[in-house]
Structures are given as C-alpha cells and as structure tokens.
Design a protein around this ligand. Structure first.
Ligand SMILES: [Zn+2]
Length: 61
C-alpha cells in the first residue's frame, strides 16, 4: 500500500532541463530539475557572484 503510494508520488515529477541566467553577472547554468505542478525545482541556490536572487529560469526542450 505505502509502496504504491510512493511510486505514484514519483510520477508527479517531470524531469526537465533548465537554463538559469544570473541577471547580476550574466553567468548561465544548465541544470536538470524536477517540475512539479508547473513549478521547477533545481536545487540551485547561489551564483558564483554570490547573487541569490534575480535569476531568469528558462525551460529547455
Ligand atoms: Zn551571478
């Protein structure tokens, strides 16, 4: 019962490739993330320039 629930839960995540652009320094990162209910989770926290916000996140095909 609980195992089936976990497998169903995993199906909600869609693996996506994202491009993150730092608006502070222009650095770009290509990462893999999970998309859940239209929200992309990448685990990306901080740019090399220490910026922690103001990123442009673009989903790649
Ligand atoms: Zn930066």
């Amino acid at each position: 019962m609980s195992k089936e629930f976990q497998e169903g839960e995993r199906c909600l995540f869609l693996r996506v490739k994202v491009r993150i652009v730092c608006k502070q320094c222009g650095e770009t990162y290509i990462l893999r993330g999970n998309k859940e209910h239209g929200i992309i989770q990448t685990g990306f926290k901080q740019c090399l320039c220490s910026s922690v916000s103001g990123f442009e996140i673009e989903e790649r095909a």
